[in-house]
Write a protein that binds this ligand. Structure first.
Ligand code: SF4
Length: 731
């Protein structure tokens, strides 16, 4: 019987009257889905669809990609350049030349008065790689500040640091195809179905064919944990203890790959000595995972033959973030699980082009994984750019998280922010607000005028967004793919490449350095600079990238398959040759020191934060997309029902969450996803979770510990809280 169904109308999909489909790559997360954008008769981008022939997503898109064309004309887009004398004045619209002249003059005034490094630049993981490369040329070779970084320090710095310490270079060694070959998968601090839905789908599809064990390590019962064979609800910040204990069991039971260790690594003796102290009984008391589970997981991993680990912010955003990554690498090195199908350490990256900035922006050094500390690298890049190598600093300057304290102490007087929104994304909002107010000049360059940080700027540059411009992104598996321009930049906004190149003209030094005027000419420069290196993209071109739906690096000029297609390497380190001077990987001992903020009597709950599938970062884009925003329009807090009942807190009531830094009012959602002593708040909302976070820094990567904070819960007047919430979330 079809009760009631006859009366239901079938779902109708609106005909968007698409005239043609144009190829591009999604501009949200690092999965790197190939998208086609539908253009109507008025030349307007009106629809998207996944590209079936693209190996990454095989025709699929998540909710963000499906509604991505909505961002082009969303409310709050920047239309014209804006300037004002002080942050208490109103902005006034000006011509581009005037805004650029003012910005150039301010940068030079500050540098002349206080020194070259007194002006800082912080960019993003959102630009196109050609734009990152050009920004690096401007920052390192023309403006000449050493205090230049990206907001990737908030999400990926620990992965970069850990890869460099273990393997001698950044660069994820694995790929998505490893899911199809692995016999065991551990996911550390990664809620894949919500953070990277299409990578999750690739993993699930592989697992449906070959049911390998899936183990999820996460303090919260995430969606991923619910689908896992084993969920390890670890005590926040103690992953290193668990990793040491897994290695303890593997080494004690002879499950390691001794031949691989002897041939390709250094340091096993130090690691063996260190992990001796981490027997499962002792480790269980610190990391909260019982000894039996530790042994079971260690045996599964050690005996798998091919085993892989993936991770995201649960590892990276910790005072032990870099050590956590090294620990994962240690685990894979001692079991011989690097550079082989199904055996890898795969950091799942965050932003669409976080990899591009790591590779080419010169934030942490010089382009193409070159180091400022290496005289030969300075010489080579200086010669290539036409810049005196002596102009380059001899070691890296401050990271983003050290730039803000340097503003506080007066060391930095001016700042240029590009496509990043620290008023929402950085820990301890109150401190960031005061810091920004101290600047003599703040330039904000963003596609959206209404990003919170613009309220503290003197100059605003409206940038084009995503597929309003052309260039490449690199995804999590080192796949470079092309973003084609499918529509003109909104109003009088300009591509970031244009803005950066125009800024160079305002500097005397900029007249001696060539800034190519098209993305493909910039790409040609990068290709030449990459030739013969690990990060070799000399075999790529923009057209080849579209034709082959992306190519993985290294991709060497002239390497083709039997069908005449260009090929790149799927995996790094397949020959066991690493990037340290002796060609070996380093096994590094990781003694654990508990240095996080932990709950106490006054602040009895762990505060955890993370992502929702509908939103991206600070909601600059998804907060305006009705079909994303309607699912999560307002900040909320997950709380355990038993803990709530003890405090007399009801489902869907407002509470005040208080930490030593500040407070935030949120709506309570009761759920067993969080344990009794933990609450979880999504990080996307302004004036919310980062009013509470401390953000202690990892000593190696300088990445903040967003996920280990202590808070208490207080009651609030419900009517007042509801009114306040509505006011706050108004657009
Ligand atoms: Fe875009 Fe990531 Fe969604 Fe793919 S998974 S459509 S890359 S947001």
């Amino acid at each position: 019987m079809l009760f009631g169904r006859k009366k239901k109308n079938p779902i109708k999909i609106a005909d968007k009257k698409v005239e043609k489909w144009m190829y591009t790559t999604c501009g949200y997360c690092s999965t790197g889905c190939s998208i086609e954008v539908g253009i109507d008769a008025q030349n307007k981008a009106v629809a998207t669809r996944g590209v079936a022939s693209a190996d990454v997503n095989r025709g699929k898109l998540c909710i963000k990609g499906i509604f991505e064309t909505d961002i082009f004309e969303a409310s709050g887009r920047g239309k014209e350049p804006l300037i004002r004398e002080s942050i208490y004045d109103d902005y006034r619209e000006v011509e581009w030349d005037k805004a650029l002249d003012k910005a150039g003059a301010e940068i030079q005034r500050i540098q002349e008065k206080y020194g070259r490094d007194s002006f800082a630049i912080v960019s993003t993981g959102q630009l196109l790689t050609e734009e990152f490369y050009t920004l690096g040329k401007l920052s390192r070779g023309v403006i000449g500040t050493n205090n230049y970084d990206g907001n990737t320090t908030l999400c990926m710095a620990s992965a970069v640091s850990g890869y460099k310490r273990s393997f001698g270079s950044d660069g994820a060694p694995g790929c998505y195809e490893d899911f199809e070959n692995t016999n065991c998968l551990i996911a550390f601090g990664s809620n894949l179905p919500e953070q990277h839905p299409i990578i999750y789908w690739r993993m699930r599809e592989a697992r449906e064919k070959r049911r390998f064990p899936l183990i999820v390590v996460d303090p919260r019962v995430t969606m991923f944990a619910q689908f896992a064979d084993m969920h390890l609800p670890i005590t926040p910040g103690t992953d290193v203890v668990l990793l040491n204990s897994l290695m303890h069991v593997i080494l004690a039971e002879g499950l390691e790959d001794r031949e691989y260790i002897n041939k390709y690594t250094n340091g096993i003796e130090d690691v063996e000595a260190c992990v001796k102290d981490y027997d499962p009984v002792s480790a269980a008391k610190i990391c909260g995972i019982d000894e039996d589970t530790i042994r079971t997981v260690a045996r599964l991993y050690g005996k798998a033959g091919a085993a892989m680990s993936i991770w995201t912010m649960g590892i990276n955003q910790s005072t032990h973030g870099s050590d956590g990554v090294v620990g994962i690498n240690n685990l894979n090195l001692i079991t011989g699980n690097i550079g082989k199908p199904g055996g890898t350490s795969l950091s799942i990256t965050g932003q669409c082009n976080a990899m591009g900035t790591r590779e080419w922006s010169s934030c942490s050094g010089l382009p193409g994984y070159r180091y400022l500390e290496n005289p030969q690298d300075r010489e080579d890049v200086g010669k290539f750019w036409g810049v005196d190598p002596e102009f380059f600093p001899k070691k890296r300057g401050l990271t983003e998280t050290d730039i803000f304290p340097a503003i506080e102490t007066g060391q930095i007087k001016g700042l240029w922010l590009i496509a990043t929104n620290p008023m929402t994304s950085m820990p301890n909002t109150a401190r960031i607000r005061k810091t920004l107010e101290k600047l003599e000049c703040l330039i904000v360059q963003d596609s959206y005028r209404d990003v919170e940080t613009t309220e503290y700027a003197h100059i605003f540059f409206p940038g084009a967004v995503w597929a309003e411009k052309e260039g490449v992104f690199t995804n999590t598996e080192r796949r470079v793919n092309i973003v084609r321009k499918v529509t003109e930049p909104y109003a009088n906004s300009k591509s970031d490449l244009w803005i950066i190149s125009e800024m160079a003209k305002r500097f005397a030094q900029g007249k001696n350095v060539v800034f190519p005027d098209t993305p493909s000419k910039v790409f040609d420069e990068m290709r030449e600079l990459s030739r013969g290196r690990m990060l070799d993209i000399s075999g790529m071109s923009h057209d080849k990238l579209e034709k082959q739906r992306g190519l993985q690096w290294p991709c060497r000029d002239g390497e083709i398959d039997a069908d005449g297609n260009t090929v790149g390497d799927q995996r790094l380190y397949m020959d066991g040759k690493f990037q340290h001077a002796d060609g070996k990987a380093k096994l590094i001992p990781l003694p654990f020191i508990d240095n996080n903020e932990v709950p106490d009597e006054e602040y009895p709950f762990w505060l955890n934060s993370g992502r929702l599938v509908e939103h991206f970062h600070t909601r600059t884009k998804t907060g305006k997309v009705g079909n994303c925003n309607k699912y999560s329009p307002t900040p909320f807090m997950e709380m355990n029902p038993d803990a709530a009942s003890e405090l007399g807190v009801a489902h869907m009531s407002y509470v005040r969450v208080v930490s030593k830094r500040g407070d935030a009012v949120v709506l309570v959602q009761l759920t067993q996803r969080v344990p009794h002593n933990m609450v979880f708040i999504p990080f996307h909302f302004h004036d919310c979770v980062n009013r509470l976070t401390l953000g202690l820094l990892d000593p190696h990567s300088r990445q903040p510990a967003f996920k280990q904070n202590a808070v208490r819960i207080e009651h609030v007047d419900q009517q007042e809280a509801a009114t306040m919430n509505v006011e706050l979330r108004k657009f």
